[in-house]
Design a protein around this ligand. Structure first.
Ligand SMILES: Nc1ncnc2c1ncn2[C@@H]1O[C@H](COP(=O)(O)OP(=O)(O)OP(=O)(O)O)[C@@H](O)[C@H]1O
Length: 243
């Protein structure tokens, strides 16, 4: 049984005073437990649009998306929201932590929507997750007292605390320096391996993409399989290089 299956997915948006715009064309993708998938693409190629569809945040305009072999169109919106909360973890470039709350409170937040033991044991589960990402000593720190790398680790702990089967990471190291970014990616990999989750990473960074085992390029809304990082796909970061 596949975890997530996209078949002929397109996404078209209406625009005032203009023709509708088709952002994604005929996307086929199968994601299985334990997969490590990278998607690279130029700015505007449709990466965020694809991520929103993979994360069940937006629906395809045509085509089909199935989770655990169930067509998402057959689910009520409440059921889809529950599945998203329990099965999918999002990691973004911006950490989006609640500013007035401690690391522990931030990580406990998703468990407020869980049921049974996950709800009643939310504090000990959140504490264990923060220990897992190496922040057991910063449980009571608020975001403004944490470094960028630490804030991203809190955000990762919060994304993964419900044990999602699918982790969607959108430029997860974009706000971090090279070394911290490498450490954060290794940690995401380790946690995904521990839990058998699939990891889909959307990135501009060839080094981050290279960590995956299946590589895709998104070019003008079409998905191509392959690792070559041509100019069509990878974006050269603007970096000032000292002479
Ligand atoms: N709701 C919308 N209405 C009109 N155009 C849209 C809408 N959503 C996205 N677009 C356009 O579709 C294209 C793809 O957008 P998307 O945000 O998916 O690209 P991206 O690859 O994630 O870009 P970036 O790397 O810059 O974040 C862009 O040209 C964008 O302007």
């Amino acid at each position: 049984m596949s975890l997530l299956h996209l078949e002929g997915v397109t996404r078209t948006v209406e625009r005032p005073d203009e023709e509708p715009l088709t952002i994604l064309h005929g996307i086929d993708l199968e994601v299985d437990s334990g997969d490590r998938i990278s998607v690279v693409g130029r700015s505007g190629s449709g990466k965020s649009t694809l991520l929103n569809i993979l994360g069940l945040l937006d629906a395809p305009s045509t085509g089909r998306i199935a989770i655990h072999d169930r067509d998402v169109r057959t689910l009520s919106s409440a059921h889809r929201d529950r599945l998203r909360g329990s099965e999918i973890g999002f990691i973004f470039q911006q950490f989006n932590l609640l500013p007035g709350r401690t690391a522990l409170e931030n990580v406990m937040t998703p468990l407020l929507y869980a049921h049974g033991a996950s709800f009643w044991r939310r504090e000990s589960i959140a504490r264990a997750m923060l220990e897992r990402v190496g922040l057991g000593h910063r449980l009571d720190s608020k975001p403004d007292r944490l470094s960028g790398g630490e804030q991203q680790r809190v955000a990762i702990a919060r994304s993964l605390v419900r044990g999602p089967r699918l982790i969607l990471a959108d430029e997860p190291t974009g706000a971090l320096d090279l070394e911290t970014g490498e450490a954060v990616m290794s940690m995401i990999d380790e946690v995904a391996t521990d839990t058998g989750a699939a990891l889909v990473t959307i990135t501009h960074d060839p080094a981050i993409a290279a960590r995956a085992t299946r590589h895709y390029r998104l070019i003008a809304g079409r998905l191509f399989e392959g690792a070559e990082m041509t100019d069509d796909a990878a974006e050269t970061p603007t970096v000032a290089v000292a002479p």
